[in-house]
Design a protein around this ligand. Structure first.
Ligand code: SAM
Length: 282
């Protein structure tokens, strides 16, 4: 399962951070700099469930928002879709993925998911992982509107994000989690509850077809082993020993994830853009 991941662009090549940078770097790039390749909250197992429900095939025009290190891009590309476009706002990530995986049907574009410049009704499958949770409510709305716009009627949209528990989480606890996590990870963290994720998808016009949840165990040993394999874990441990500032960042993130473990989970949702009554869909 990890064989494909071993060919990912070396994360440290994406962010050759000087020691001082690591103090303020977004948490996911700190992890990538240590060799961690799977950067989504439900791990590879939830990604595989999501992809099984999205079932990319050779007939699909696929768009991925925020491919990052290209882990899920590789899973989708293994199905040889008709076309694939990855929309990534981080220049080094987009460039390295294009160098490694790009060809006449596969393109990685430096752009934001809010504004892809892709044609309306041009994709049959859109997905993005661990990228909506870091957006403000307005940005979330704009990204979902863009997914809806570029999808053909009947097209599928999949997300894999951080979710807050329970659905009735008190406002003060939500604010404390958002504040502490944003300060700690150095990126805005604004997860929604499962009910809210489904609501904003429906408000964007989608019909929700499937959902699944998994524990948020990004930095727990068993998940690390499942996601990165034994060699990957050894590589991360070796790098943690060599990089004290990154080590402090990771331990601090893990303390926070554990502190709020009962309030955090991962969620995957598959939805469709409804076809107008009587119209042909994909
Ligand atoms: C936590 S990483 C997740 C990467 C990958 N999806 C994964 O699950 O491994 C977040 C990624 O989202 C990208 N990103 C965040 N907001 C974005 C946006 N509005 N448009 C495109 N990419 C975005 C970042 O550059 C980064 O690559």
């Amino acid at each position: 399962m990890n064989a494909g991941l071993m060919q990912s662009p070396r994360p440290s090549a994406i962010h050759p951070a000087k020691p001082g940078d690591v103090v303020k770097q977004p948490g996911h790039w700190v992890l990538a700099g240590l060799g961690k390749r799977v950067l989504r909250p439900g791990g590879l197992a939830l990604t595989r469930e999501l992809m099984a429900h999205l079932h990319p095939c050779d007939d699909d025009s696929v768009v991925e928002f925020a491919p990052g290190l290209g882990v899920t891009a590789r899973i989708a590309l293994a199905q040889q879709p008709r076309s694939y476009v990855g929309i990534e706002r981080e220049p080094d990530a987009a460039r390295l993925l294009q160098q490694e995986l790009g060809n006449e049907n596969v393109q990685f574009v430096l752009a934001t998911a809010e504004s892809t410049s892709l044609h309306s009704d041009s994709a049959s499958l859109v997905f993005g992982e661990a990228m909506l949770s870091m957006q403000t409510p307005g940005q979330k709305q704009r990204i979902l509107a863009e997914a809806f716009r570029i999808l053909k009627p009947g097209g599928r949209y999949g997300i894999h994000e951080l979710a807050l528990l329970p659905n009735e989480i008190p406002d003060d606890e939500r604010k404390a989690i958002e504040r502490e996590m944003s300060t700690n990870i150095h990126v805005g963290v604004r997860p929604a509850t499962l009910t809210e994720w489904k609501r904003i998808l429906e408000e964007a016009g989608f019909h929700v077809d499937w959902e699944a949840q998994a524990p948020m165990h990004l930095l727990e040993p068993k998940r690390l082993l499942n996601d990165e394999g034994l060699l990957g874990v050894l590589r991360i441990l070796f790098n943690l020993l060599r990089k004290p500032i990154a080590r402090q960042r990771v331990l601090s993130m893990r303390r926070l994830f554990r502190k709020y473990a009962s309030h955090l989970s991962a969620v995957a949702i598959v939805c469709t853009k409804p076809a107008p009554a009587g119209a042909e869909s994909v």
